[in-house]
Ligand binder design. Structure first.
Ligand SMILES: *[C@@H]1O[C@H](CO)[C@@H](O)[C@H](O)[C@H]1NC(C)=O
Ligand SMILES: *[C@@H]1O[C@H](CO)[C@@H](O)[C@H](O)[C@H]1NC(C)=O
Ligand SMILES: *[C@@H]1O[C@H](CO)[C@@H](O)[C@H](O)[C@H]1NC(C)=O
Ligand SMILES: *[C@@H]1O[C@H](CO)[C@@H](O)[C@H](O)[C@H]1NC(C)=O
Ligand SMILES: *[C@@H]1O[C@H](CO)[C@@H](O)[C@H](O)[C@H]1NC(C)=O
Length: 532
């Protein structure tokens, strides 16, 4: 940021459109929850990519990779601390290339570009000095850590099928790494046994073919992988003797594929995989010139619900203790979209995904990335938070873990999700208005318990509502500054996250959501039995 905005210009068009607002009746089914997320649903990733990672003729990672990131920046520290705590997953495509420099491994070279390497790079190296630095940083900023392990260690690529890795996983390097981690007292919430596999998910491979051209993802047979995850689970149980402090085991961390996921869980059996992890990149290749249209198209955004449904079916069948997690999601592939990911408009995808994922009982949603690529919540060179950062922080502060069903009259341009408020009492809602030229006034109803299909009664509140209206600074959704209740969200001079105060709105006025805006609303006196 080179100069600071101290106010958000009033957008005349927006106010004019309010008087032509369309009334929408939104019914909240407060009697029973439909899903429950983890308390730390909002999660972000830190990725391994070196500065040489380039896509579409640009290299947006810079020094933001795990091995390069300068952990001393106040802006970075404050952005994480604001969540208190923030769930972070360390991982990404190259995690299966990382060797831990500990135990028998006394030297290992750093990532280098290599045409035939996994994702175009040679093996990389995590030294224990860097691991110490990272853990001091995580401890200081209050991070809940998931660590993505190298799941290819000891395997060889098949001579006959490119991209297929065969043989048993060799746990020795991971064993040494965990022993070191335990000896230092570093806290790990969970280990992910993850593979960024691209096998039959050909649709995800960009037309530029940079994935298959300069190296591609790895795949491992589902049965083999199921056997290996048992080895990992036994290792964790052996090394972490106390069940209360034993990290959970997550997997397989790839794109959902019905057959592969089912086979994997059949072979591993009950009680091995604690959380089922998968990736969501439903916007396709990052260089798609049509990206903005996809983000504003409700029917396009809905398509991914098929994936969530498939994953929840698998969860219902095998019942892993921690349910399903989206362990990586950046929207657009290969570093994100240069023009869209850092803008206000990206929230139409991101916050809608978090809403949708939680209705499908996904417990955690990890955004690729906290920093790095074009989709970082923080700018990789300036560490300035993008609009999605603020959207995520509000989600974390307002949306509780209990998810309620919402029905509304059919205007697909208005998306609504309801949860119990994070801090009791009441409910928190998020409204996302995709419409370019219509604003909405909302009438809320409270569905009568056990009376589905019957007329609902209109909710008439008495207490002021707490409203958080987000819009683009100049009204152009391609802005990279977001206004909260007409105050631009920019860090203070001390690089703190600015105050994010609600506007208190008289209960007798309707909730109004301006065109192309997003609003969180907490209603303290909305009586939802599921939230008591
Ligand atoms: C919508 O709400 C605004 C603000 O309270 C009000 O001025 C406007 O008349 C309402 N529009 C409709 C159609 O009810
Ligand atoms: C940081 O480490 C100290 C000392 O081991 C520990 O008491 C504290 O709980 C840790 N804090 C976090 C947030 O992990
Ligand atoms: C992989 O290749 C190495 C070296 O060629 C060999 O020693 C090892 O046994 C192979 N491992 C498997 C699982 O095939
Ligand atoms: C980071 O901010 C600078 C300065 O505003 C901008 O030029 C650059 O495009 C941003 N980088 C990303 C990846 O958004
Ligand atoms: C969405 O924005 C449009 C454009 O201003 C507005 O007309 C419409 O009423 C809004 N819809 C909702 C539900 O707020």
């Amino acid at each position: 940021m080179y100069f600071k905005f101290t106010f958000c210009p009033i957008i005349l068009l927006l106010w004019a459109s309010l008087s032509f607002a369309q009334n929408v009746n939104v019914v909240i089914h407060g009697a029973a929850s439909i899903a429950k997320t983890d308390d730390n649903f909002v999660c972000v990733t830190l990725d391994w990519w070196p500065a040489e990672k380039c896509d579409y003729n640009q290299c947006p990672w810079g020094k933001a990779g795990i091995l390069n990131l300068d952990l001393r920046y106040g802006a970075l520290i404050n952005a994480i601390k604001a969540f208190n705590p923030l769930r972070i997953k360390v991982g990404g495509s190259l995690q299966d290339n990382v060797v831990y420099k500990v135990g028998e491994v006394s030297s290992c070279p750093n990532f280098m570009k290599r045409e035939d390497g996994l994702f175009g790079f040679s093996q990389g190296c995590l030294s224990m000095e860097r691991w110490d630095q990272l853990n001091r940083f995580f401890n200081h900023t209050g991070v809940k850590l998931t660590f993505g392990l190298n799941a290819l260690f000891g395997r060889n690529e098949s001579q006959t099928e490119k991209g297929l890795w065969i043989g048993d996983w060799q746990p020795q390097n991971t064993r040494d790494f965990m022993q070191y981690t335990i000896s230092k007292g570093y806290k790990v919430d969970s280990y992910e046994f993850g593979l960024f596999f691209f096998h039959t998910s050909k649709k995800y491979i960009s037309s530029g073919n940079q994935l298959s051209g300069s190296g591609m993802g790895a795949k491992v047979d589902a049965k083999q992988y199921g056997k290996d995850v048992i080895v990992l689970k036994n290792l964790v149980k052996e090394l972490y003797a106390h069940p209360e402090t034993q990290p959970k085991v997550l997997g397989p961390g790839g794109f959902y594929e019905e057959k592969w996921f089912n086979t994997f869980l059949e072979v591993s059996g009950q009680g091995i995989v604690d959380g089922l992890t998968h990736h969501i990149y439903n916007l396709g290749p990052g260089d798609d010139p049509n990206m903005m249209n996809k983000i504003l198209d409700p029917s396009y955004l809905n398509q991914v619900s098929q994936t969530y449904k498939g994953v929840s079916d698998v969860v219902n069948k095998f019942r892993p203790q921690l349910g399903a997690w989206v362990s990586e999601s950046g929207g657009a592939l290969n570093g994100g979209s240069k023009d869209v990911s850092r803008t206000f408009a990206d929230g139409f995808w991101y916050l809608d995904q978090m809403g949708m994922a939680s209705t499908y009982d996904q417990k955690v949603f990890c955004r690729q990335a906290l920093i790095g690529g074009n989709y970082g919540l923080l700018n990789a060179t300036t560490f300035v938070p993008n609009p999605d950062y603020y959207g995520a922080l509000l989600w974390h502060q307002l949306m509780g873990s209990t998810v309620l069903a919402v029905t509304k009259e059919t205007d697909p341009n208005l998306r609504v999700y309801a949860h119990c408020a994070k801090k009791k009492p009441g409910v928190s809602l998020i409204f996302i208005n995709l419409s370019k030229d219509r604003s909405f006034n909302i009438t809320l109803s409270n569905a009568k318990p056990g009376d589905a299909g019957k007329p609902n009664y209109e909710f008439v509140g008495k207490q002021n509502r707490e409203e958080y209206h987000l819009r683009a600074l100049t009204g152009d959704i391609k802005d990279d500054i977001v206004c909260l209740n007409d105050v631009p969200m920019v860090q203070t001079d001390s690089e703190d996250i600015p105050a994010m105060d609600p506007k208190l709105v008289d209960a007798s006025t309707p909730i109004s959501i301006a065109a192309q805006s997003i609003a969180y609303v907490t209603i303290r006196d909305f009586e939802a039995p599921a939230c008591v």
